[in-house]
Design a binder for this molecule. Sequence first.
Ligand code: C2E
Ligand code: MG
Ligand code: MG
Length: 571
Amino acid sequence: MDCAQTMEISSREIIDSMVQGIIVTSSQRKIEAVNPAFSAKLGYSFEELIGQTPRVFKSGQHNGEFYESMWKKIETDGFWNGEIINRKKNGDLITHHLNISPIKNGNGEVVHYLGVFSETPENKLADQAITHLAFYDPLTDLPNRTLFDDRLKQAISQSERNNQMLAVLFLDLDRVKVLNDSLGHVIVDMILKGVAQRLKLCLREGDTVARMGGDEFMIILPGVKGIEDISTITEKILDSLKPAFQFNDHELYITTSIGISIFPMDSDDPDTLLKNADTALNRAKQLGRNNYQLFTPSMKEEITQQVALEQDLRRGLEKEEFVIHYQPQVNIMTGEIVGVEALVRWNHNSSGLVYPKDFINGAEETGLIIALGEWVLRKACEQTKKWMDANLPRLKLSVNLSARQFEQRDLVYMIERILADTGLPPNNLELEITESVIMQQVGNAFAIPHTLKAMGLRLAIDDFGTGYSSLNYLRRIPVNTLKMDRSFIQDLADTGNDGAIVSAVIALGHGLDLSVTAEGVETEDQFEFLKAHKCDGMQGYLFSGALPAENLENLLRNKTIFREDLLFANI
Ligand code: C2E
Ligand code: MG
Ligand code: MG
């Protein structure tokens, strides 16, 4: 040992480096000094304690006698030794072992008191466990929201000092609610743990990944060089989730949506950075999930509009401003009206008739589509049953279902209830869903479509050709109809590729034993092409647009055959 160096260590340095908490008071019991370990245990800085008496730590857990006998023992025996419960600055209680002894001068007079606080071993372990619980998520062992908030504040100050950029990523795993309902929370917990592991592997030292609760994770990337840097890491994260998670016989795929905000461009305030990342996350979800979006100021404006639309939609629903128009569907071979598609419109109190393109997305995003969709289904079933009872030609009713409705746990019960209440036979009802909605059912082996089929309902894939369908799955899903998107029909005038696509879709549908309906048929030429290629059904302005119920009823009474008179109904 180097003696010279040992000699240079002062008693102050020794006291400061002790793990025991040390407190020194005057003979009047006024605090004169504390070491850092003491400050850390009780949560007070030295400056806050100087001049105070140890009464500031009084916990209320001991009575007056306890303190009296303590001081008596110090006077008579020259020390006190025992367990004491104190109150920390934040209000928490702390139990520790305390040793108090007086320090006397040469004349035997007490000039100071010295208190040494040490933790009992059990306390120490319990304290550590409590600290861990307070700052870490028990399931994934990632930092929790409290620790995340603290780290974000620190990271922002550090980035400010070093003139660096910092990115905040807000992740929300896609469709976890559906997995929870179908597979149970044990499997979902395993997925969350697995995701936490993969996220950690994507990050650099100094980055933080935290679980905010549920299926939400948050990442801090300090010291990023620019947008490109952020994109690289974010893409790495999306890629890392691509391989399936394997649990017993289950092979599960998980994707995530990510919203990103950047310090200092988007804000220098932690709360605003989080809020902006959340806004960007919402946009990522709207854009079909499994993608990332950087916050832009215009997103804020759009959110404001969305909130206004939400309130307006609620009002519209309450005031029963929605109406349903019915577009006839025609059998191409016979020319007969065989069905109607229910299409909702909003009879807005100030804007007049509003079409779905201006409110369906908003209703989806705000979840109001669930109430609206249920209303449409009930109303349309009631109306169709009325037509049946009035001895009008028997019609198949097509109703559009949105993705959000398909995620509802009680969808099947809701439909069952409506059919029972209205008395519409199930095989008169065809539900239209898009390719992406149906393909998302892969994970639960198309359980809902199979249930609906077993109930006697029909299913159609709407806007077929605009999404991604796996032909392999298409064989396994119990659908009855493909509704070919109107973009293919629109381009039929040029006899090039789209003619080939239209005939290919018809052949594909027939090959899979499905009926094919063409959407948006507007001209005789389009009709002739479809007839020549044996397309089964059509709807479009060539025969009729969507009509209010009374107008459709008149049409049904007077004219049920397409060819007799070509009518361009435009409402
Ligand atoms: P969609 O289900 O593909 O409905 C067909 C759309 O094409 C309707 O527009 C219809 O009016 C329009 N259309 C029909 N024939 C022609 C034509 O010959 N040419 C042209 N250019 N367009 C034609 P609409 O009523 O504006 O509805 C748009 C979309 O809104 C629907 O597309 C559907 O996805 C959605 N939608 C409508 N009603 C509901 C509803 O009650 N619930 C849900 N979830 N979605 C709905
Ligand atoms: Mg439709
Ligand atoms: Mg469509």
